[in-house]
Write a protein that binds this ligand. Structure first.
Ligand code: NAD
Length: 334
C-alpha cells in the first residue's frame, strides 16, 4: 500500500514513515519543512519505497497529485503547539483549518481513507471545571477559554478539523478517523517550539537551568512515540474506527516538577530548576490546564492497544539522542 503522510518530516510523521516502510509499505511525504526537519527522514531518502515532496497542504495542485498517488492518507501537517499559535496566529489558523479541508475534500473525491491528527488540547479546561473527572473521554464536553485568549485558537482549529472530518464521513462516506494525541514525546522532537521534554533534556545536558512554567504542580501524561505510532497503525487497519474520534495516549500522570527531577536524575546533571510565571513566558492572561489525563478505553476496545513504554523510557531515549548530538558537535569542534 502507498501512504501519503502530510507533515511526514516532523516528529510523529517521520517515526510513522519508518514503521510503515518496516511493515512493507511505500511512503510519500508532503511537508513544507516549517517545523519538520530534513534530517528526520534523511535515512529514508534514496530508498525506492520513499518519496519526499517539499510543499504545502495549502497548495491544491501538489495535494491533488500526492493524494492521487496514494492509497491512504495520514494527515499530520499542522502548525503545532501553543507557542506557535501565540506567535503566528493567522498562519496557524489557515494551515490547520484550510489545510485539513483541502486534504479531506481531495480524499473524498478520490475515496481514499484518511487518518487525521487532532489534539488533547481540544478538551481545554474540562478537568479543571469538573474536578470529579478522572480522565478525559471522547464524549466529554470541551471547555475552552474566551476567544480573546489566543492559546485556545489551536484547540479550536483542531476541533474544527474533527467536525469537518466527521461531516465528510457522514455526508460523503469518507473513511476517516481522527486521533487526539496526548503529549507524545521521544527522539526527533524539537524543543524549539516549547515542547517540554526535549527542552529540559537539552538544558540539563548543557548545565543550563530548567525553567518550569507556573508552580510545576500541573501534570501531564507523556506517551512514547513508539506507542503512539503503534496505535496509529492499528487504527488505520480498524474499519470500526472510521467516522470516530479516538484518544491516543497513556494515563500515568507526572507533574512538571517531578519531570524536571527525573531529567536531572537520569542525566546526572546539577542544573538548577527555576519556576517562571506563565505571564513572563506567554504574556498576561495565559491559561494552562492543571491536568490532562486520557481515558484510552475506546482505543483499547477498538484495537486491543495497551501502552508499553514509560516516561523514563522516553527520557532515556531522548537523553541518548541529545547526548549523541552533543558528542558529535564536540568532536567536530575538536
Ligand atoms: P511537527 O511540528 O514535528 O510536525 C508537523 C509537520 O507538519 C512538520 O514537519 C511541518 O513542517 C509540517 N507542516 C506544517 N505546515 C505544513 C503545511 N502547510 N504543509 C505541509 N507540511 C506542513 O509536530 P508533531 O508533534 O509531529 O505533530 C504532528 C501532528 O500531531 C500535528 O497535527 C499536531 O497538531 C498533532 N499533535 C501532536 C502532539 C504531540 O505531542 N507531538 C500532540 C497533539 C497533537
Amino acid at each position: 500500500m502507498t501512504y501519503l503522510i502530510t507533515g511526514g518530516a516532523g516528529f510523529i510523521g517521520s517515526h510513522l514513515a519508518d514503521r510503515l516502510i518496516e511493515n512493507g509499505h511505500r511512503v510519500r511525504v508532503l511537508d513544507d519543512l516549517s517545523t519538520g526537519r530534513r534530517e528526520n527522514i534523511a535515512h529514508l531518502e534514496g530508498r525506492d519505497e520513499f518519496t519526499l515532496t517539499t510543499g504545502s497542504v495549502l497548495d491544491e495542485d501538489v495535494l491533488d497529485r500526492e493524494i492521487g498517488a496514494a492509497d491512504r492518507v495520514v494527515h499530520l501537517a499542522a502548525a503545532v503547539g501553543v507557542k506557535r499559535i501565540l506567535d503566528r496566529p493567522v498562519e496557524t489558523i489557515h494551515t490547520n483549518v484550510d489545510g485539513t479541508k483541502n486534504v479531506l475534500q481531495r480524499a473524498a473525491e478520490e475515496d481514499k481513507k484518511v487518518l487525521a491528527a487532532s489534539t488533547s488540547e481540544v478538551y481545554g479546561k474540562a478537568m479543571q471545571e469538573n474536578e470529579d473527572l478522572e480522565a478525559l473521554s471522547e464524549t466529554d464536553n470541551w471547555t475552552l477559554g474566551a476567544t480573546g485568549k489566543r492559546r485556545w485558537a489551536y484547540a479550536c482549529t483542531k476541533a474544527m478539523d474533527e467536525f469537518l472530518a466527521q461531516a465528510y464521513h457522514d455526508e460523503y462516506g469518507l473513511p476517516v478517523t481522527c486521533v487526539r494525541f496526548f503529549n507524545t514525546a521521544g527522539p526527533r522532537q524539537s524543543g524549539q517550539y516549547g515542547m517540554v521534554i526535549p527542552t529540559f533534556v537539552e538544558r540539563a545536558l548543557s548545565g543550563q537551568p530548567l525553567d518550569i512554567h507556573g508552580d510545576g504542580t500541573q501534570t501531564r501524561c507523556f506517551t512514547h512515540i513508539d506507542d503512539a505510532v503503534r496505535a496509529v497503525v492499528q487504527l488505520l487497519d480498524t474499519p470500526a474506527a472510521e467516522g470516530e474520534v479516538v484518544n491516543v495516549g497513556q494515563p500515568t500522570e507526572i507533574s512538571i516538577n517531578d519531570l524536571a527531577e527525573r531529567v536531572l536524575a537520569l542525566t546526572g546533571s546539577n542544573a538548577d530548576v527555576r519556576h517562571v510565571p506563565y505571564e513572563e513566558v506567554y504574556g498576561d492572561g495565559f491559561e494552562d490546564m492543571k491536568r490532562r489525563t486520557p481515558d484510552c478505553s475506546k482505543l483499547a476496545d477498538l484495537t486491543g492497544y495497551e501502552p508499553q513504554r514509560t516516561v523514563d523510557d522516553i527520557l532515556r531515549d531522548v537523553i541518548e539522542e541529545v547526548g549523541a548530538a552533543k558528542d558529535e558537535e564536540a568532536g567536530a569542534v575538536a
